[in-house]
Design a protein. Structure first.
Length: 101
């Protein structure tokens, strides 16, 4: 049985798909992959056979406990949209207050 690298969110430690752009649990966006053993960071393709710096590769996932709900490409968690609308409204209110005064 060969070991395949497993990928986890740095923020909430949820196991994620190798091609995920964001964590399905906390919504954190991924810019690179970091080895948990040595801290080496690079793009996900560099980690296809484990960490290129130290060789670390986590053991295969237990399929009974590794179901991960993925966010479809292009879809963001609802809090991102809510935060964007609130920021937009605050900016408009501040602009109106400056114009009136």
């Amino acid at each position: 049985m060969s070991k395949k690298p497993r990928f986890f969110c740095d923020n909430c430690n949820t196991e994620v798909d190798r091609n995920a752009n964001a964590c399905p649990k906390c919504g954190r966006f991924f810019a690179s992959v970091r080895c948990p053993k040595c801290g080496y960071s690079a793009d996900d393709n560099s980690f296809l056979n484990g960490c290129p710096a130290c060789g670390y590769s986590a053991p295969p996932a237990n399929t009974a406990h590794s179901e991960v709900k993925m966010i479809p490409a292009g879809k963001l968690p609802i809090w991102v949209y809510v935060l964007s609308v609130v920021a937009f409204i605050v900016a408009i209110v501040v602009l109106i207050i400056k114009v009136v005064n």
